[in-house]
Every structure is written in C-alpha cells, then in structure tokens.
Design a protein around this ligand. Structure first.
Ligand SMILES: Cc1cc2nc3c(=O)[nH]c(=O)nc-3n(C[C@H](O)[C@H](O)[C@H](O)COP(=O)(O)OP(=O)(O)OC[C@H]3O[C@@H](n4cnc5c(N)ncnc54)[C@H](O)[C@@H]3O)c2cc1C
Length: 365
C-alpha cells in the first residue's frame, strides 16, 4: 500500500507537486474548479475572446494514477483534510497550495469554466464598446492590462492612477527597468497619473460600461467609460485546524521552514503564494517550491523521517512585463539585467506560456 498525499489547490504549484508524486504515492488533488485556470494569460483573454478557450485546461489528463476531487477544503488537520461536501480525506502527507485571489479579470471568482468564459466574454463586449478606460494600480497587472488594451484597441484612451511615485514600486527592481516601461507606455499613449489616489472609487462596478467621473486627491478630474481594479490580492488560509494555525500570520500567509513544512508539523507542507517566504509571489516560485516539496516527500517515503531534506533558496529578483504581444520589458539579474521588448515577447508576451501548460496538462499529442 502506498502513502496518500493530499494536495489542496490545483493552481501552478499544486498541479506541479501532484504530477511529480503521481508515480510514488496515491495522490488526491482537491480543487473546486473544473479546469486549471492559466491566469498568466487572463488579461489577453479579456481583449481577445479567442484566448478564453486556451486558458482553461481540464484536469483529466494531468495525473496517471492519482485523482482530482472537485471540492473545497474547509478544515486541514495534521492527519487529514475535511471537504465542504463533508468527506474527510485521511492523509499521510498534506500539501497546502491554495494560492491567492485577485480582482477580475486577472483572477476569477467563479469555479465553473463555462461561467468564467461567459464573464470574460461579457466584460470584453463592454470594454470593446468603451472609448476611455481607467485602471487603478500601476503594478505589473495594471501595466500588462494597459498594454493588452492598447495592442488590441489602439484608439482607446487608457489612464492608470496609482498612489506610488513610479510604476511597479512594490518590487525590488532597478530604476532603468521602470524607466523603460514608462517610455513604452508613453509611446503606446497610456497616461500615467502617479503619486495620487481617487477621492472616491468610481460608482459603476468594475468591468461595466457606464460613463463616470472621478477626482484625484491632487485635484484632477478624470472621465472614463469603464474601469478595472488592478490591485488588492489576498490569501485565504482560514481552513487550518488549531494545531496548525500557529503558522498563520495576521495577513493569512503561512510561515514555513526552509524545507517548506509548516513549523511544528512534520507532514504538512505549504507552497506558492500562501507562503510568507520573502520573495515576489510568482507562478515560477510556486513551481520551484513544488520541486522541493515533491523531492522531500519522496525522501520521507523512501528513507523515513530522519533523512536530510532539501531546502528552498529564493531566486534572484526577476520579472517579465509584456505590454501586449510585442511590447514590454523584463528584468533578470542572472540574464544581464534589463531585457528589451523583443526578448520579453519571446519569453512571455507572444504566447503567454499557453503552449507549455497545455503540454503539462497532457493536451498536446
Ligand atoms: C495577470 C497575472 C499575470 C501573472 N504573470 C505571471 C508570470 O508571467 N510569471 C509568474 O511566475 N507569475 C505570474 N503571475 C503570478 C501567479 O499567477 C501566481 O503567483 C500563481 O498563481 C501562484 O500559484 P499558486 O499555485 O500558489 O496558487 P494559484 O495559482 O492561485 O492556485 C491556487 C488554487 O487553489 C484553489 N483553492 C483555493 N482555495 C481552496 C480550498 N479551500 N480548497 C481547495 N482548493 C482551493 C484555487 O481554486 C486555485 O486553483 C501572474 C499573476 C497574474 C494575476
């Protein structure tokens, strides 16, 4: 009889660890969605509905032996996971990979892919009919969305408002990278209104075509037809039973040991956006965590609890910010620093990694 590994959350990190352990353990992947949501390409799917079919990848061919249970974990204890349906999954190992939420359209709050596609289609129609777009937030999501809108609809007026005095101020990146993004945004005709906030949020719901006017703290009046919120992600980890909840910080992130276990719990691992590891939250990091977690569970299965475990080392800061399929900039210290639009397009912007993920999900013959 092999050990049972319950992976909670089938996003970037959870699917990687589930696939990696499929041949050595009975893997149960718990995930409320009917399909993996490749959110890295979600903003393209808003401006180009043809992409909506490429970003929802069914789980059926991900695992050979293991199974995917479509449900929510509501309580996680050191020896098992309780689901919203009432089912309890007794587990030898548990991997927490429940990720983060983010306002639409970067992430979605519906679990059914047909309903999600419909939501994207409706927002696309409203956006297509708008002349003026307001984006709140000049982080990577606000900038990427501005670039996607300008690539698909060059004549729309796009304005970004952010309290920071530059773009992408939340990450440890050099000024030359920010300057290059600002230069390209100006070339595309995107207006940046930085160092100020709105006195009040727009009245219409985000993603809805309805003309409105707002005022900034600096005294400017801005009129637009539609707006999107490009800030405000959060993590939901309130499912931890008392024995595990000591690992939970007030912001919901989980403290993990260097081998990616919850402190004091030797068979419960956590990875991805929910961890409190001081690094930028990225799918690439979640997948690097998954490699360490899978290796450590393998070691514990093969050599027992006294074996030495692998530890996770955060990568150097790096980011790719496409501004549509052909523009954008990247920064990666290990590849020489600032990377231009053509390299950014090649790295991410052209296909937004859909090919790589389709292959991982067994969807390429
Ligand atoms: C627009 C955009 C572009 C991005 N581009 C990049 C990029 O180019 N490169 C990069 O590295 N990163 C990128 N990121 C960041 C990346 O998407 C996140 O870091 C990544 O999603 C984190 O992966 P994760 O596995 O931790 O969680 P997620 O991918 O968020 O997956 C978590 C999963 O857990 C499920 N879940 C939640 N609660 C429960 C529960 N109670 N029970 C069971 N399942 C649950 C959710 O349904 C979800 O499927 C981008 C993000 C956005 C928004």
């Amino acid at each position: 009889m092999s050990a049972t590994v319950t992976v909670v959350g089938g996003g970037y990190g959870g699917t990687a660890v589930a696939k990696e352990l499929d041949d050595v353990a009975d893997v149960v992947l718990v995930e409320p969605r009917d399909s993996f949501f490749h959110n890295i390409a979600a903003l393209r799917a808003l401006v180009d509905p043809a992409w909506a079919d490429r970003i929802f990848l069914p789980y059926d061919r991900l695992l050979r032996r293991g199974r995917v249970v479509r449900d929510h974990a509501v309580r996680v204890a050191p020896d098992g996971v309780e689901l919203a349906s009432g089912v309890r999954l007794a587990s030898d190992f548990i991997v927490l990979a429940t990720g983060s939420t983010y306002p639409f359209p970067a992430k979605l709050d519906v679990d059914d892919s047909a309903a999600a596609k419909e939501r994207l289609r409706t927002a696309h129609e409203q956006l297509a009919a708008a002349d003026r777009v307001l984006l709140l937030g000049a982080g990577p999501v606000g900038l990427e969305l501005a670039g996607e809108i300008k690539a698909a609809f060059p004549d729309k007026a796009v304005t970004i408002v952010d309290p920071g005095h530059d773009v992408i101020t939340g990450e440890d990146l050099p000024d030359e990278f920010r300057a290059e993004l600002r230069r390209q945004l100006a070339e595309l005709g995107v207006e940046l209104v930085l160092g100020t906030t709105l006195t009040a949020e727009p009245v219409p719901d985000p993603g809805t075509l309805k003309p409105f006017t707002v005022t900034t703290q600096s005294g400017r009046t801005l009129a637009a037809d539609i707006w999107f919120r490009c800030f405000g992600g959060s993590v939901l980890t309130d499912y931890l039973a008392d024995e595990l909840a000591v690992a939970r910080q007030p912001n919901g992130r989980l403290d993990v040991t260097p081998d990616l276990r919850l402190a004091g719990a030797d068979r419960v691992f956590a990875l991805g956006d929910i961890t409190a590891i001081p690094e930028a939250k990225k799918a690439a990091a979640a997948r690097a965590h998954a490699e360490v977690v899978a290796a450590n569970i393998r070691t514990l299965l093969e050599a027992g609890s006294s074996a030495d475990l692998a530890t996770y080392q955060p990568d150097e800061p790096g980011i790719a910010v496409p501004l549509g399929p052909r523009a954008g900039a990247s920064y990666a210290r290990k590849y020489g620093g600032l990377l231009d639009a053509a390299t950014t397009s090649q790295l991410k912007g052209a296909d937004l990694l859909v090919g790589e993920f389709a292959e991982l999900f067994g969807l390429v013959d």
